[in-house]
Design a protein around this ligand. Structure first.
Ligand SMILES: [Mg+2]
Length: 337
């Protein structure tokens, strides 16, 4: 299918927003971008955001949408301890959206890219039945990468930031949860405008031995599961240690199920061989760090209350219950009753 004059026009307009190149030898405008030879190992990741699957247009601004499409990719580079460098963007455009919308979306993307020192070296616009933005991002890692398979029994488990805010924000946006104005804004912004912990990831990568790490895109319980599977280990998580924001407590209360099972926080979970006090790590990483548990040799994850009793076992079965955990909704029903 050939591109319509409108699509060429759109590409030209969007390319103008990207500014002059720095890292690329040849940026947008040719068939490919040309990159100089790499001096470090390269990381490569890709992620898509599709209308009515990952977002609804009415939820936020086009700028926030453009920025978020980059942030979710930045978070994957952060989770490997890398520095993001260049990206390419594919935009699927549907009928009914004007050039002004895409100008604003690219403005948000360009600002986020500038802030992260990422260069947008190329892109493609295609016509489709749904609006979607896909970004492939390169990064480089100079030290040891933060891998999911590096956790060992005895490691201490930490997370950055607070958990469950984005999940609460998403539920507010989709009218499943109500909250007073101030916490509402905080939680909704945490969903619409997440922060990737790139600096924290880079600083983690200087710790020896290299910590196991993952970014929390699907929720702590699921993402921790990826580390445990890859590392062949188990874990104990202390329910009372999960960091909850004041806004989360105001909207949800002390129920930690969204913090455990809700995704899209884009915080980092990491495992240290040599435990350090959370305040010292907070200073070192430049972001709040909380100690939430430890890696065990059991091959399973369990959630413990403050007296060490099991609230939830590896398969998501609460004591007395038997059905397996398949998603946060069941986790929530397990925890909330
Ligand atoms: Mg990830």
């Amino acid at each position: 299918v050939s591109k319509s004059p409108g699509e060429f026009h759109l590409i030209e307009r969007l390319l103008k927003r990207l500014g002059p190149g720095r890292c690329a030898t040849l940026g947008p405008g040719d068939d490919c971008a040309i990159l100089p030879p790499a001096h470090a190992r390269q990381l490569l990741t890709i992620d898509s955001m599709v209308e009515d699957v990952h977002f609804k247009l009415g939820w936020g601004t086009p700028e926030a949408l453009g920025a978020r499409a980059l942030t979710v990719n930045l978070s994957d580079i952060a989770a490997m301890g890398g520095k993001p460098t260049v990206c390419v963007v594919n935009l699927s455009v549907r009928d009914g959206l004007g050039v002004r919308f895409f100008d604003r979306m690219y403005q948000g993307l360009a600002s986020a890219a500038a802030h992260a020192e990422v260069e947008v070296v190329g892109g493609n616009v295609t016509h489709a039945s749904a609006l979607a933005i896909t970004i492939a991002l390169l990064g480089e890692v100079r030290g040891a990468a933060l891998r999911r398979d590096a956790a060992r029994p005895g490691d201490t488990i930490y997370v950055t930031g607070t958990l469950g805010d984005a999940a609460a924000g998403l539920r507010i946006l989709s009218r499943q949860l109500r909250a007073p104005a101030a916490p509402r804004k905080f939680l909704v912004d945490r969903f619409l405008q997440p922060t990737a912990r790139v600096q924290a990831g880079l600083r983690l990568a200087r710790i020896k031995p290299a910590p196991a790490a993952i970014d929390l895109s699907d929720g702590l319980w699921q993402d921790l599961g990826h580390i445990l599977k890859r590392s062949g280990a188990g874990a104990e998580i202390d329910a009372g240690a999960l960091p909850l924001s004041a806004a989360y407590r105001a909207a949800v209360g002390d129920d930690p199920s969204l913090a455990l099972g809700g995704g899209e926080d884009y915080e980092l979970l990491f495992c240290l061989r040599h435990a350090a006090p959370a305040p010292a790590l907070t200073r070192r990483l430049g972001v709040r760090v909380s100690r939430v548990g430890r890696i065990t040799s059991s091959g399973a994850a369990v959630l413990l209350d403050d007296r060490g009793a099991v609230l939830l076992d590896a398969r998501g079965s609460a004591p007395g219950g038997a059905s397996p955990l398949t998603g946060w909704d069941q986790l929530r029903s397990r925890l909330v009753g």
